[in-house]
Design a binder for this molecule. Structure first.
Ligand SMILES: [Zn+2]
Length: 679
């Protein structure tokens, strides 16, 4: 699990990644697909039929031989590749840290070498403590009334991008005019998250999380009894806030989150806040509009901003800030933070200092590592071949759109226009982001520390983002670094993005058959293209503007099809957890669209179909701890991997045909019950 704190703090992710998270596992020979009646220890394993459980059939060898490390919560091919990339980057860090060369100030080598030295210098970290964050935190602790409390939050957010209860904001493309930037007012930090707080089978996790809250406050210096009391009042606030908070799937719906306010309207929303003053402190006053992401939650927050809640609010914000900076300060915070995450994910053994330090170094300098990564890991030949597959998929999608009898000619034309104008990004950006060079690293020998460099990176990001206001949107920017094993569709730019690291086996292999590559990278590309027409993507036009380009009848038909997909997925269960059909709808639409696209391209070539299906099922093999599965089911908008394979194939006509799946088989779904928007 790599945490990208900067991204979490500063932006509300709009883009749709391909997969949730990853862990790491040692490499084995795991290339065997399909039937094997014995595992590595010679034990007989039950025979599984293709027609009953395709995912288990294809992956039984892997699944019976993979043992999760005690330090991991999850294994899949994404995490496997991720671990290999990390290993390589760690090697690089190690070499640099043992090297006496003095590198040019501002070079990636200097930054990596000096940052790692700061990160691993625990004595320095203890001495520095909260460092430059302390005055900000003191501002919150010493606030004598709600006015001073909001002032302190606004200073913290305006300077460093920290947000907890009110005053958090992010600069993102304006959904109504994607060529411009706008200010989005963020929602309050929901700590462990609404889904956990309100879930039936998650209360034990909430309880453990609240222990973590208490421990963090104790480490900050509170007396045990006081910390306990504070944690209790934080929990009361948390439950109250979550009761008025949008669900995860609602956050993806622009009709729920795109709420345009003027400064005057904001003042009516936040009657207990001096809005003019807050916006000035945030240095975002003078905007024509402010977009409120979660209006109901904002109303709730306003009612909570009263003097009798002052102490509880101060505690809440104190905890959020300690939690957000936990990895960068005194290692005592970092170790509590790690313990909490391990509890949440079911990890039984800590990573150890060196691994943590290396990960943190990479997290803080993502683009410097990215530049180094692509030097050795990107081939123009691969790019060309993948471009060929993308062309094939976009062309096939036109045919799929054209055969939909519920869409008018006019709407089809608009959909095809969206395909024709879709921007494709492969590998890495033409221009490395400016923020990379703005972020400098001061070594310990010159008074730098992990905390001071971290704070510098925050200042740089906040400034960089705020400077975008009033400028034309730069559509050449990338959200993901090239070493990310993932892909995404961004509705605001109508673009599909494939970082260099996804273009490798098993997802893509130049040596593979066409069928296998179509089931591999082809399926992934088709999934991303489908996002242009999923329940959220369909609400944006070809320029990335939020604009409904469907007729009312078409919208109704779309929603009816969507409801059948929700109901269909609600029937699936993994490790005792029911799939949330609403939360996973967008991703399921994209998966179902992808399988239609791939099978349409292959046509009736049985061998090609078999290769594509097995490659697709193989790529989604995964192993999770029970706790990590609970976590995924509560936060991930993707269905669990096993469902991503079996539910999709059970709705695929070609799958039933080539394997002769019949009524009574585990994978069988009657033709009239098969689902999908793009069929
Ligand atoms: Zn997706």
């Amino acid at each position: 699990m790599k945490k990208q704190l900067l991204a979490l703090l500063l932006s509300f992710q709009l883009a749709v990644p391909l997969t949730g998270c990853g862990g790491a596992l040692p490499k084995e020979e795991m290339v065997q697909k399909g039937q094997s009646s014995e595992d590595d220890n010679g034990n007989n394993v039950e025979e599984i039929r293709v027609q009953d459980d395709y995912y288990e059939y294809i992956n039984q060898y892997i699944l019976s031989n993979i043992q999760l490390n005690a330090t991991d919560a999850h294994w899949d091919w994404f995490s496997e590749l991720d671990a290999a990339i990390n290993e390589e980057m760690e090697e690089l860090i190690r070499d640099l840290s043992e090297d006496d060369t003095v590198y040019e100030r501002g070079s990636s080598e200097q930054k990596i070498k000096d940052l790692y030295e700061c990160v691993s210098n625990t004595q320095n970290r203890v001495e520095v403590g909260l460092g430059p964050l302390k005055p900000y935190l003191d501002g919150i602790r010493n606030a004598k009334d709600i006015g001073e409390y909001v002032d302190a939050l606004a200073r913290f957010s305006g300077d460093l991008g920290f947000s907890s209860i009110v005053g958090g904001y992010s600069v993102m493309q304006d959904k109504e005019d994607s060529s411009q930037y706008a200010v989005y007012l963020l929602y309050a930090d929901p700590l462990i998250g609404k889904e956990y707080v309100e879930g039936e089978n998650t209360q034990e996790y909430v309880e453990m999380y609240m222990d973590y809250v208490k421990d963090m406050l104790c480490t900050y210096g509170m007396e045990e009894a006081q910390a306990e009391q504070s944690a209790d009042s934080i929990e009361v606030l948390l439950r109250d806030i979550c009761s008025a908070t949008l669900t995860t799937e609602q956050y993806y719906d622009p009709s729920m989150t795109y709420n345009v306010y003027t400064k005057e309207m904001l003042q009516q929303l936040y009657t207990n806040v001096d809005v003019d003053r807050m916006l000035k402190t945030l240095r975002i006053d003078g905007q024509d509009k402010y977009i409120v992401l979660d209006v109901e939650q904002a109303k709730k927050i306003n009612t909570l901003l009263v003097e009798e809640n002052l102490e509880a609010l101060k505690d809440y914000s104190t905890f959020v800030l300690l939690n957000d900076m936990a990895q960068y300060g005194d290692p005592a915070y970092a170790s509590l933070h790690e313990k909490m995450e391990n509890m949440l994910y079911g990890i039984t053994e800590a990573w150890g200092d060196e691994k943590n330090w290396m990960t943190l170094t990479q997290d803080l300098l993502p683009w410097d590592f990215g530049m180094i990564y692509v030097e050795d890991h990107f081939s123009p030949e691969d790019k060309e071949e993948v471009e060929g597959i993308i062309g094939q998929i976009l062309e096939e999608y036109e045919a799929i759109i054209m055969r939909q009898d519920w869409m008018s000619q006019e709407t089809k034309k608009k959909a095809i226009r969206k395909l024709e104008t879709m921007v494709v990004k492969i590998g890495y950006p033409d221009q490395w982001p400016e923020a990379k060079d703005m972020m400098q690293v001061i070594p310990v020998s010159e008074g730098g520390s992990l905390m001071s460099n971290f704070v510098n990176s925050l200042e740089v990001s906040v400034e960089y983002e705020r400077d975008k206001l009033g400028q034309e949107v730069d559509r050449s920017e990338w959200e993901d670094v090239p070493q990310t094993v993932n892909a995404y569709y961004d509705p605001a730019n109508n673009e599909i993005v494939f970082p260099a690291a996804i273009l490798q086996a098993p997802f893509y292999d130049r040596e593979n058959s066409d069928g296998a590559n179509l089931g591999g990278i082809g399926y992934i590309i088709a999934h991303e293209v489908s996002h242009a027409f999923d329940s959220t993507g369909a609400l944006y036009d070809e320029y990335g503007n939020y604009q409904v380009w469907w007729s009312d009848e078409e919208m109704e038909a779309y929603q009816e099809l969507s409801q059948s997909i929700v109901d269909y997925y609600n029937n699936y269960e993994v490790m005792g957890n029911k799939v949330n059909g609403e939360m996973t709808l967008m991703e399921n639409i994209a998966d179902l669209g992808a399988i239609t696209c791939i099978t349409s391209i292959i046509g009736d070539d049985q061998k090609g179909l078999d290769e594509a299906f097995s490659q697709m099922a193989y790529n989604w093999a995964s192993v999770d701890t029970a706790s990590f599965m609970v976590y995924l089911m509560n936060v991930d908008t993707h269905s669990p991997n096993k469902v991503r394979v079996n539910a999709v194939l059970s709705s695929c006509d070609a799958f039933h045909e080539i394997y002769g799946v019949k009524e009574g088989d585990g994978m069988y779904v009657a033709p009239e019950d098969r689902v999908g928007i793009w069929r």
